[in-house]
Design a binder for this molecule. Structure first.
Ligand SMILES: N[C@@H]1[C@@H](O)[C@H](O)[C@@H](COP(=O)(O)O)O[C@@H]1O
Length: 261
């Protein structure tokens, strides 16, 4: 696992957008896995700026969702499908046919989970998966004690996650769905490159446990330690709980440019 400490969220966004740009130059039809939440927005803004400036050709890129609420009506503005279309797919100038996600409004939720897990494999697998992290260490919507071998399935949100996400629902926790579909941890680990961005002091504890704690289902993001190409990008505040911060800084400073992220 590589840990990169950046000055702020904007720098993290630029760095990761650069890695996506490099991937697209190598593989124009790469499948990009995207997370929702506030944290990854600087990545999508930086990538959109590169595309608008003509520095990156994303016209053949494909985008896939990490997770979804269950039970929101199709087209609800806070469904993750709507969010990803609004924040990523449309700004990059892509069409809906470049995009895939689980159907959270299906009557057959179990079937929708299995179909999505299968579809990811049939699409050739995710090339680069962008991840955020919950304050409780979740990735996607894999809450604490999710199986590290889990596949795409339905999960129940913790009260903490529903409180954290209420800001997208007029601050009203009762509007935040209790159930979600999420790529499992086993599914996420199949992506070729995992890039987790965490910013702000509120994520410091979860980041410390993810990077320096034991691999444990109680901290789902710690499963990144099992991946052969995982990058954790943190700002100074999110890095504040890391004992090895100076080592990570020195290592990155001495990294040859040709290695990329
Ligand atoms: N399912 C999403 C996660 O993918 C995201 O990482 C997390 C943190 O969101 P934020 O970046 O807004 O803190 O929120 C939700 O739970």
């Amino acid at each position: 696992m590589e840990v990169v400490i950046v000055p702020d969220a904007k720098a993290g966004g630029e760095l990761i957008a650069g890695a996506v740009a490099e991937l697209l130059s190598r593989k124009p039809d790469a499948l990009l896995g995207v997370a929702t939440g506030s944290t990854p927005l600087p990545i999508y803004e930086a990538l959109t700026a590169k595309v608008t400036a003509g520095a990156v050709d994303a016209s053949r890129a494909r985008v896939c969702q990490l997770d979804e609420y269950v039970g929101l009506p199709a087209g609800h503005p806070e469904s993750y499908r709507s969010v990803v279309l609004r924040e990523v797919v449309e700004p990059l100038g892509l069409g809906v046919d470049s995009f895939m996600g689980p159907d959270g409004s299906s009557d057959d939720v179990l079937g929708a989970c299995e179909a999505y897990d299968r579809a990811l494999g049939e699409a050739g697998g995710v090339d680069l998966q962008i991840l955020g992290i919950g304050t409780d260490g979740h990735i996607g919507f894999n809450e604490p004690c999710s199986s590290l071998a889990s596949r795409t399935r339905i999960k129940t949100l913790t009260d903490q996650t529903r409180v954290d996400n209420a800001r997208f629902f007029d601050g009203d926790i009762s509007q935040v769905p209790r159930h979600v579909i999420t790529q499992g941890i086993g599914t996420i680990l199949e992506a070729r490159h995992l890039v987790l961005l965490a910013t702000g002091e509120g994520k410091a504890e979860a980041v410390a446990q993810t990077v320096e704690g034991p691999v444990a289902a109680v901290v789902p993001a710690s499963a990144l330690q099992l991946h052969r190409h995982a990058t954790v990008v943190v700002d100074e505040a999110a890095a504040s709980g890391l004992k090895l911060a100076d080592y990570f800084r020195a290592t990155y400073a001495a990294k040859p440019e040709w290695q990329g992220l």
